[in-house]
Structures are given as structure tokens and as C-alpha cells.
Design a protein around this ligand. Sequence first.
Ligand SMILES: [Ca+2]
Length: 281
Amino acid sequence: MLQRTSRLAGLIMTLTLAAGLAVQSHAYDSEAISTIEATLYNSSGQEIATGGSWDWSGGLWIFDNLPVGTDNTLEVLARDSSGSAIYGGSLSGVEILPDIFFPSSFDFGLPPATGSLILMMTPDGIYVLAPPFTEVGILILLPLKVDVALDIKPGSDTNPYNVKAKGKLPAVVAGSADVPANAIDPDSLNILGVAPVKITLEDIVTWSEDDLGKPISTDGADGIADLVLHFDRQALTEAMGSVTGGEVVSLVLDGTLISGTSIEGLDAVTITPKGKRKGKK
Ligand SMILES: [Ca+2]
């Protein structure tokens, strides 16, 4: 396997240079990926083979022992070092040819019943080849989850939260050029399972990124509409469960884009000291 991999690596390197596929920058964050895995589905959607997980830094992977056939779909999942799936993509119409180049078995003159795919890191995703040099296609890696800038109680840094208070808690999701507010599915949004009671489009914050590339928002309009959410305080307090005064409680806004991609926004509130509360009363 090792010998075969290094032989292939040499071939692929030549091919890469020839095709001008120099790996410079990535549409995805290559550094965030730790491992990838692949699954092959047949035309009726049945899983017929799984491969990996492979070490992403290897840059080239052989997905072998695949049943010969047409009209398969290849799916690839990329995980970060904590094992969370962060990118994914699929390629349909994948044909698995009898692998005469690297047959996994010989059937006395009959063509091998299995084939292989060579997967290779490229700037857009995974370049897929049938050995030795038949291009199958490029599987585009897309983020499975997009971070959004959530600002609970815009205008406040510490977000004091009184668990006795009733009424509405405002929060804003900063719209950006990449993730416009109207690309977010309003019906999907929730904090701890609590959906906002009111959603409006207004431009009240400015979207930017912190040093780590995480989206943040600061006060003031930037010409891009934001999603302003109002949550029922009592419902949210109920969902938080047992909290004590002075405690900082992280709140995650979950949801999806209209395209189906998951989004997540993170902020925190500080429970006001007088709002001591032990579980449900
Ligand atoms: Ca804005």
C-alpha cells in the first residue's frame, strides 16, 4: 500500500504540474481540516463503500476496493481536529472502472470486479481521478456550518440579564456580503430551542472579523441589513434552567441558511446578581 501510494504520488505530482493545479490558496480553510472520509453511494442511494478517515495533510488518498459500476455518488466529509464535520461535498455520475492499473484481485483473465478512485487536495476541493489518469471531476468542499456574528442586547458589552424580567430580549445577527441577512431562514432560528417571537430586517450593526477570522459586530450601521430578533425573556429564562447571579451564560443561536447550510452565532449574558434562581419554580 505504501509503495503503491508513493508511486502514485509521483504520478500525481507530475499530473498536477501538467494540469497547472498548483495548490496555492483554498476556497476553504485548508488548515482547519484534520481528516477526511469518503462514502460511495450507488444510483439508488445505497451506501456501497466507505473510505478513511485519512490524514488531510497527506494531500492524496486512494479510495479502493470499490465495486465497478456507473452513476455512483461520491460524498466527502472533512473534519477538524476535534472531530466536528466542517466541510462537505458530493460528486454525482461517478463511474468506477475495473482497476487494471492497481487491481485488488485477479480473476484469471477476467477484468477485476473492483476499481479505485484517487482523491487529491486542490484549491477548490477534492480532485477525483480514476487510475491512472481519467479525470472524474472536482468535488467542491463547502462549509457545513457558517459562523455568524450574534449580538445579544446590541449596545451593551456585558449583556446583563435579569431572570425575573418579562418582555422581549433583543438580539441581532449582523448581515455581511457573504451571509446577507435575507439568506438566513428565519423559521430555523432558535436559542436553546426558543424561537424568536419577532424578526425584522434593519441595519443597526457593522459586520467585521476578529483576529481569528470569526465574525463579530460593532454598533452602528454599515449599509448592510441585519436580522433583528426579539426573544421572549421568560421562555429563554426557562430554557436556561438553573443559573445564579453573576454567572456568565453562553448562548448559541442555531439555524440554517435558506440553502440548508447550518449557521451558528455565539454570545453570552451575565445574570444580574439579584436574579438568583434555582431551577424551575
Ligand atoms: Ca449592518
